[in-house]
Design a protein around this ligand. Structure first.
Ligand code: ADP
Length: 687
């Protein structure tokens, strides 16, 4: 048997192929008429062999509207193969439309000419596999979802926790907010209440303030002290009173509501505006006393006043300073009278100083003495030295001490003036001095206690002067008495002889004339002295030659012949002076030389030219003068040796001479040496 004998017939072949598990069908024509469909395909389709010979659409009408029929058309017409996997198809299975999943292939089988002769349709029902896969995928998806859910859950839990924490916090916050709210509400309530109360209080205060401001105004206007309220930085006068208006000499209308410096522009240049500003800025109070202030009076004249002022800050209920309260007290009278007292005191002090008065003060309450330096000096202590009252009392000479103590006690006891002159012996210098003490009891007054005070004056010179005056009177009386007695005797004799004149008659007349001359000379001297003292010494100046004047003077001495007058020096020197008075001076000096240096037979009259002066000297070779007498030689009534009264004289010659020379602008003096003689000299200006 040949191989071909073994070949199956087409039908056999088809029958065998039909048995394959792979669902297979063969379609022809464009409409996919089913020529062959194996059991597997029929099963897929859930159809029987009746479908053979039918177009696909007819065989499976449910495919209408699905893509498959059109796909067959394309495969037939285009000769292509179309395949698909996991492709769903809706088929009627067991009488109901189900979705079945296939892997399929529509393959065009072509003849050698390339023309499609049939379509080989294979299909594999993968619905189970697909479903399993889908279930698997679903499971995986679920798993993943689960996992995601887990993670989410965890996150959620964490978030939850967080949330719950936040929640808790929130809760707490809410709670505290709540309590805060309550508290707040309470507070608001409280505040409102307080506000309400305070508003009430404020209103009350305001009313009170208004009342008190009115009261303040009333008080201020009634105050005797002058006050003004200066408000704000512009220092507006908001309140003042009559007392200050009087001082200002202004009316209320002229000042109220106006800036202080507008009313008193003259204050701008004075320190007050800056002081008011300071008080307002810092709140400090300023108190100044007795400060000068100048106001312009209505007539434009500036007038100086002295005032005490107190600048105090004024603050409102809010504590803010808004004004300055100025109290201004006019103390001009007080200051001026004190200045007068001070001036008087200063004058008194000057007077005390210049008069060389010592002062003392006894505080009766403290039983304490105070002595001035000058007083200590008078008592012979050093100016700064300690000196007790007892020490001072000890210096009073014995004969006066008890009397002085008694006088002081009496004056204090009887409130009488105390006045006494006594002698003291200087503590250090042991000099006896005359002093005059005066005092008075001053009762306690104000700040000063009851005191007994007064002055002490060194009157030694005055006492000596008085002594000399007393001596002078006795000397003058004595000097006058001698010629007067002689004159009286001559006159008595003449009277007795008047009936029968005797040869001594002319002699008696001559003696009487001499006595009268002597008396006249003495009276002249006295008169000159008085005139000199009273400043009535008039000078009649002419120009004359000094030597000529000297040669013409003192003819009585020359005539007496006992002394020789020798003129020396510049013979031509001329002076402009009162020749008669200068002659009188030279006669005085020559007379003294004759009187006090009787043995000096030669008396020199010397003329010398010294600078712009002429010096005229009278030189004797007599006994000279004791140096301790020199300081008083030219004083009035001074006679160096009056006690001896060996020589007559009034002690006025040198005094008068010195006054004449001084009136000419010259000087007078003496150079003397005991046992050798004296040179009295004086100078005169040449022109
Ligand atoms: P009176 O001559 O009247 O006493 P005076 O004033 O002239 O007064 O002189 C004062 C005193 O000066 C005299 O008392 C005498 O003691 C003294 N005196 C004046 N001239 C001389 C002199 N030339 N020599 C010594 N003593 C003199």
């Amino acid at each position: 048997m040949s191989l071909s004998d073994h070949y199956l017939s087409n039908e056999q072949l088809i029958a065998v192929l039909s048995l394959t598990k792979v669902a297979t069908a063969i379609h022809v024509t464009e409409d996919a008429v089913i020529q062959l469909a194996n059991e597997a395909m029929l099963k897929v389709w859930d159809k029987d062999s009746s479908v053979i010979g039918k177009s696909l659409e007819d065989a499976l009408p449910e495919l209408k509207g699905q893509p498959f029929i059109d796909l067959f058309k394309r495969v037939w017409n285009e000769g292509i193969t179309i395949s698909g996997t996991d492709t769903p198809a809706d088929l009627i299975v067991d009488g109901e439309l189900r979705t079945v999943y296939f892997d399929f292939e529509y393959r065009a089988i072509k003849n050698p000419e390339g023309k499609t002769i049939c379509i080989l349709h294979t299909a594999n029902d993968i619905t189970d596999r697909f479903m399993g896969k889908q279930a698997m995928e679903l499971a995986v998806e679920r798993e993943e979802a689960l996992q995601r859910e887990q993670v989410l859950n965890e996150e959620l839990a964490a978030a939850n926790e967080e949330l719950s924490a936040i929640n808790e916090e929130y809760q707490q916050t809410q709670e505290s907010l709540h309590s805060l709210n309550i508290e707040l509400e309470e507070r608001v309530f409280d505040r409102t209440l307080k506000l309400f109360n305070s508003q009430e209080a404020l209103e009350k205060l305001n009313t009170e303030l208004l009342a008190s401001e009115n009261k303040l105004d009333q008080i201020l206007s009634q105050l005797p002290a002058p006050v003004v309220v200066l408000s704000g930085p512009n220092q507006i006068i908001t309140t003042t009173n009559e007392s200050l208006l009087d001082f200002w000499n202004k009316t209320r209308e002229e000042v109220l509501g106006k800036p202080m410096l507008e009313v008193f522009p003259e204050l701008k240049s004075q320190p007050f505006p800056s002081l008011w500003k300071h008080v307002l800025d810092t709140g400090e109070t300023i108190i100044h006393r007795e400060k000068p202030v100048t106001f312009n009076k209505a007539n434009g004249v500036k007038r100086l006043y002295y005032v005490d002022y107190y600048y105090q800050p004024l603050a409102g209920a809010d504590g803010i300073r808004h004004a300055v309260l100025a109290t201004v007290i006019d103390v001009t009278d007080k200051v001026l009278s004190r200045q007068q007292v001070e001036q008087a005191e200063a004058k008194l002090r000057m007077a005390i100083d210049s008069s060389q008065l010592g002062t003392w003060y006894y505080d009766l309450e403290k039983d304490e003495y105070t002595f001035s330096d000058r007083l200590k000096e008078i008592f012979g202590f050093y100016p700064g030295e300690e000196m007790s009252n007892e020490a001072a009392t000890n210096q009073i000479t014995d004969e006066y001490r008890a009397e002085v103590i008694q006088s002081v006690n009496d004056a204090i006891k009887n409130s009488t003036n105390y006045e006494i002159e006594y002698t003291i012996k200087g503590f250090h210098d042991k000099e006896i001095r005359w002093i005059r003490a005066t005092g008075k009891l001053y009762p306690a007054q104000g700040n000063s206690p009851a005191n007994f005070s007064g002055t002490i004056m060194d009157i030694t010179d005055r006492k000596a002067d008085e002594q000399r005056k007393d001596d002078f009177i006795s000397i003058a009386s004595h000097e006058l008495k001698t010629p007067t007695t002689a004159l009286k005797a001559s006159l008595q004799l003449l009277d007795r002889m008047k009936e029968k004149p005797s040869p001594i008659f002319p002699k008696l007349i001559e003696q009487s004339n001499k006595s009268i001359d002597k008396i006249t000379a003495l009276i002249d001297e006295l008169l000159n002295s008085t005139r000199t003292t009273e400043g009535q010494l008039h000078l009649t100046k002419t120009t004359f030659t000094v030597t000529d004047m000297l040669n013409g003077c003192c003819n009585h001495v020359r005539a007496a012949g006992k002394h020789k007058l020798i003129t020396q020096g510049d013979k031509h020197l001329q002076v402009f002076a009162d020749e008669h008075r200068i002659d009188q001076v030279v006669v005085n000096l020559v007379n003294n030389a004759v009187k006090y240096a009787p043995d000096s037979t030669e008396i020199y009259l010397i003329v010398a030219h010294e600078d712009d002066m002429v010096k005229i000297s009278v030189k004797d070779t007599g006994p000279g003068i004791n140096p301790d007498k020199l300081p008083h030689l030219f004083d009035r009534y001074y006679r160096a040796d009056y006690a001896g009264s060996q020589y007559s004289g009034l002690g006025l010659g040198l005094y008068i001479s010195s006054e004449i020379v001084k009136r000419h602008g010259g000087q007078i003096g003496v150079d003397t040496e005991l046992g050798k003689g004296s040179t009295f000299w004086f100078t005169l200006p040449l022109n």
